[in-house]
Design a protein around this ligand. Sequence first.
Ligand code: HAM
Length: 421
Amino acid sequence: MAKSIQAVRGMNDLLPEALILWQYIEHVARDIMRTYGYSEIRTPLLEKTELFARSIGAVTDIVEKEMYTFEDRNGDSLTLRPEGTASCVRAGIQNGLLHNQVQRLWYAGPMFRHERPQKGRYRQFHQIGVETFGMAGPDIDAELILMSARLWRALSLEGLNLQLNSLGTIEIRANYRKHLQDYLIKYRDSLDEDSLRRLDKNPLRILDSKNPAMQDIIANAPSLLDYLDTAARGHFDALKAYLDDAGVSYTINPRLVRGLDYYSHTVFEWTTDKLGAQSAVCAGGRFDGLVEQLGGKATAAAGFAIGLERVVELVSLAGLKAPAHEAQLYMVLMGERAERKGMRLGEQLRDAGFRVLCHCSGGSMKSQMRSADKSGAILAVILAEEEYEQDTVTIKYLREEKDQKQVKQSQLLETVKSIIT
Ligand code: HAM
């Protein structure tokens, strides 16, 4: 036997049974985004490498070590998208969606990062993301957070914590950066390798370090919040007021700097303690400078992305079951004439909205009935030679102890309607 081929490490098949829950969560999220007036956008999975290097930032984990980058046949450097924001901005600029316009967009799909796979962290994972453009106020930041909070409620997820921070403007960060560097340089000998590398180019990212040995140094570092100017503080305070009004609680986390460089002002993460190390289920913030940085006109922007694998895991831990979508009726068909008739009856039942499985490719009555039982259907609709001759079908209850009945084919739909409401 030939050796079977396995999927790429960290990239998972999503099988039919698991997808019932996935589809349910996606459906709930879509409905919520619709009620807030968001429209879908789809962008290619592959983009020019430069797009991500220029937006996410050259000195970030994603760009330094996690991108799936390769040369295509023309020698162009392409990258499988590690996230959706950069693509969304690129598409917005390219298609003239952003200048002097207000946009509320959402997307869903796979993202690719060459991280070390573990529970909750994959190399192909899925996000549902939203990006908004043309709104500079704290109200839209609040809307994004309320929308995500509504999703948790709709999925009956409890115990998620909202972490909130403000990164201010580029100028504020540049000033803070100097003070942070001065502080960190004093501990140069105790910094780990990653932090040493970042000390010059991207010291803020050191605050994000998960290394336990670094935590004391980080805890005593100056806080960016103390460097905010009046306008930045006003924006942040107004956002907090909106959240207070809505009864959404939050924790101010001055160490929340995010792993991507395009943020300004508000950043936030929804975290859980139920998933071990991979605690962030949703993250985002403002990225007011990114549109201009990628060649568009300066445009206010804010958004977030949800990690679907992690939300699916949380929802299954909470024991929520997606509504069943098994077949309701299983057509058991014996003989060529009955099979043709059965196919037509199946179509009529589907026209009326029933979920119908037609047995295909023959088999004995016994094996067909076994399949009917396994399918989860409520009723078997049996059409063999005898029924065919009499223009009838036999209806057999699969989940209840009730006598089967034979009805005219012309009465099938009405009978099924009276049984399955
Ligand atoms: P991010 O924090 O890199 O942000 O990813 C958002 C979410 O995607 C994370 O909170 C996590 O739930 C999920 N995620 C990230 N990496 C993985 C992985 N390797 N395996 C499984 N899940 C993962 C962004 O991507 C930004 N584009 C979010 C954003 C949108 N900011 C503004 N707009």
